[in-house]
Write a protein of this length. Sequence first.
Length: 98
Amino acid sequence: VEAEVRARAAFLEAQRRREAQQRQRPRTAGRLATPCDPVEASVLQQLRALQRVPGAEERRKGVKKLLLEWHPDKHPEKQEWATRIFQFIQAQKQAMGL
């Protein structure tokens, strides 16, 4: 009985450690984030389409095109908004491994 109690305690401790590690990991590590803005959703849809394109060079070109399209200097009237979208694209680019 004592062995079962110790085994259960060890199992629960290991489970707590795994949960703590998962909380410390960034949510976008290795996958694309869930957007909260309709424009981000559209951009994310374009990025997901780029993930299916064969060839890393073609994916890089597509992401670069999106970055140029949403650069804050091209949207001076909505610079904060464009900056947020631009940073979102950059974060997704890193999640894609490009």
